[in-house]
Design a protein around this ligand. Sequence first.
Ligand code: KG4
Ligand code: ZN
Length: 342
Amino acid sequence: PDAPLVLGIETSCDETGVGIVRGTDLLANVIASSMDEHARYGGVVPEVAARAHLEAMTPTISAAVAEAGIRLDDLDAIAVTSGPGLAGALMVGVGAAKALAVALDKPLYAVNHLVGHVGADVLDDTEHLEYPTIALLVSGGHTSLLLVRDLVSDVELLGETIDDAAGEAFDKVARVLGLPYPGGPQIDRLAAAGDPKAIRFPRGLSQPKDMAAHRYDFSFSGLKTAVARWVEKKQDAGEEVPVADVAASFREAVADVLLTKAIAACTDLGVPRLLLGGGVVANARVRRLAEERASAVGIELRIPPLELCTDNGAMIAALGAGLMMAGHAPSSLGFGADSTLP
Ligand code: KG4
Ligand code: ZN
């Protein structure tokens, strides 16, 4: 039989994403972001995100269907992110997916957003990643380290942030430096002209005692506070803040801790593969350091194209298709949005 034609809906944060795949072939990936509306608040406002999803949902579905050159009737299944994420935002996607599934009389697969990030890999044109693999997912909403033995049936959460997500730390430090939201790309740009060794900022949960209890967990709130204090001190002393050096030193601390833990997971568990996902993977230093450290210890590194790394519906569709092809039963329509889905 032909690989299943699946439409995926993603609304866990500020991106309304609708993607269409046939098996592992990407047919459409349309994204409407409400980021502009959040910018003036300096962060994603859940209620604003939910309202924006509601407005964008139907046009985004139509655009994806047009891009794929299919009719809704042709679909074999619908897939939707049921969590984790912002509850109100998730509900819009789940509601839309259920409506489509009922109206078209097609099976519906509720999927985990984080596992979806890993699923994005199959849409890349290159050869697919083998399992087991370690996945490091870093965005404004999550910083998670996963052991993936099988994409559709065996994903283990090794660790995650105990406070801020890495992208959130970028955004908060950007604010301290007076840069607009979202701050990650701004800091990345400024850091290029700075000295990453100028200031030694703390690496959260990286001391020996922390590595014993939190080997695969992350913490960025101490780093964020350290940067804020350092900048404040300079300002109080009436000195000019060396913004590029602060940005470069901060970026270095984040990249260092992310890759130290991801590579530790690979070597501890004997897994010679590492997949990166999430918006922070756009960071130039994170990418470079990942390449350096992975090649130093012989680990295969996979970084999907950026439009598949950031939140999107295609990765959700791909995971839905994977579940279907592996013979998994669809979800019963009683499921809800689970903002804290593990
Ligand atoms: O995956 P994503 O697009 O959306 C969610 O958070 O769900 O990630 C957005 C996050 C923001 O915090 C943004 O500041 C960060 O990714 N980001 C970056 C870069 N580009 C985006 N952080 C560091 N360096 C970048 N180049
Ligand atoms: Zn995400």
